[in-house]
Design a protein around this ligand. Structure first.
Ligand SMILES: C[S@@+](CC[C@H](N)C(=O)[O-])C[C@H]1O[C@@H](n2cnc3c(N)ncnc32)[C@H](O)[C@@H]1O
Length: 287
């Protein structure tokens, strides 16, 4: 398994998710589409979390919850648990509360707006903490890990999840005359520091955790569900605007063809999309 270099972390903080490029509503849409397309993938992960919990968790914290993909999946799995979703974004938390209401979960799901760069908010003792695609956003992840260690009850479990590879949609031979479009734009966004994170194992140990297991989860949806087309369109649109000055003219032209919604060859209309992605997860216990 390869881990991305960490030197671009600050960069990643600003670019990954595109807070500055497209605004939070756009990111919230993308997170929801992601949840839809990768629902079976998330279920595998939550099953794995379940296998590592020694007692039924009473309180679960979703660290950097976004629109609540993890919150809702955890609430479904752990039917007796109360879930506290922590995020700095009021817009994300609004959407999360709407989703919880729609599923009849308001009595078990609570949101807390907090900037994790300041401190872990005082929400009381936690039995299970889940941090998905969020730890690498924080300026001082080691401080947050120490805070989480303090917040967890003895024997409590922290699960850290990162996207090992960014999602992939396109067949290799696409590129309209120059195959390998997706490999090339992935290389560029990696150079830009998107989604850069270290192997969190040693960080977890330094914060006092015992790493119970590190595991890779790979997932491929073929045929992809219908929402994958919208997901691919949103995602490639972000790539197109982030890399406008960096990709070659032929690659930009190829992306434009894929993003022309009315064209049969566009990602919105293609029937043969495959969605692939991999995540790495660490399960760590507070002794
Ligand atoms: C890529 S999203 C992941 C969301 C969610 N965990 C998921 O898996 O869909 C990262 C989230 O971390 C939040 N975040 C980033 N930095 C933060 C900070 N300093 N304090 C609180 N939340 C933060 C963002 O607002 C965003 O919702």
């Amino acid at each position: 398994m390869t881990h991305h270099a960490h030197q671009h972390e600050h960069h990643a903080h600003r670019h990954d998710g595109g807070h500055t490029h497209r605004g939070e509503a756009g990111l919230a849409d993308l997170l929801d589409l992601d949840a839809e397309v990768f629902a079976p993938h998330l279920d595998d992960l939550i099953t794995w979390v379940d296998e590592h919990t020694t007692a039924t968790p009473g309180t679960i914290a979703d660290v950097g919850s976004g629109t609540g993909t993890g919150t809702l999946a955890l609430a479904r799995r752990f039917e007796a648990a109360r879930i506290v979703a922590v995020d700095q974004s009021p817009a994300m938390l609004d959407r999360l509360r709407d989703a919880a209401r729609a599923r009849g979960l308001t009595d078990r799901v609570r949101t807390v707006e907090a900037d994790l760069d300041d401190a872990w908010p005082p929400i009381g003792s936690v039995d299970l903490a889940w941090a998905a695609a969020s730890l690498h956003h924080v300026e001082d992840p080691d401080r947050l890990l120490r805070d989480l260690h303090g917040a967890l009850a003895p024997g409590g479990l922290l699960v850290v999840v990162e996207m090992d590879t960014l999602p992939r949609f396109l067949p290799h031979d696409i590129g309209f005359g120059r195959p390998g479009l997706e490999e090339r734009y992935h290389e560029e966004v990696a150079r830009d520091g998107w989604n850069a994170y270290p192997n969190w194992g040693s960080h977890l140990e330094r914060a006092g955790f015992e790493v119970v297991q590190e595991r890779d989860f790979a997932f491929e949806a073929h045929p992809a569900p219908p929402s994958a087309n919208r997901y691919a369109r949103d995602y490639l649109g972000r790539v197109r605007s982030a890399l406008a000055d960096r990709l070659g003219a032929d690659d930009l032209a190829a992306l434009d063809r894929l993003l022309r919604d009315e064209a049969p060859e566009s990602v919105l209309n293609r029937a043969e999309l495959t969605v692939r992605r991999a995540r790495t997860a660490w399960a760590a216990r507070r002794p």
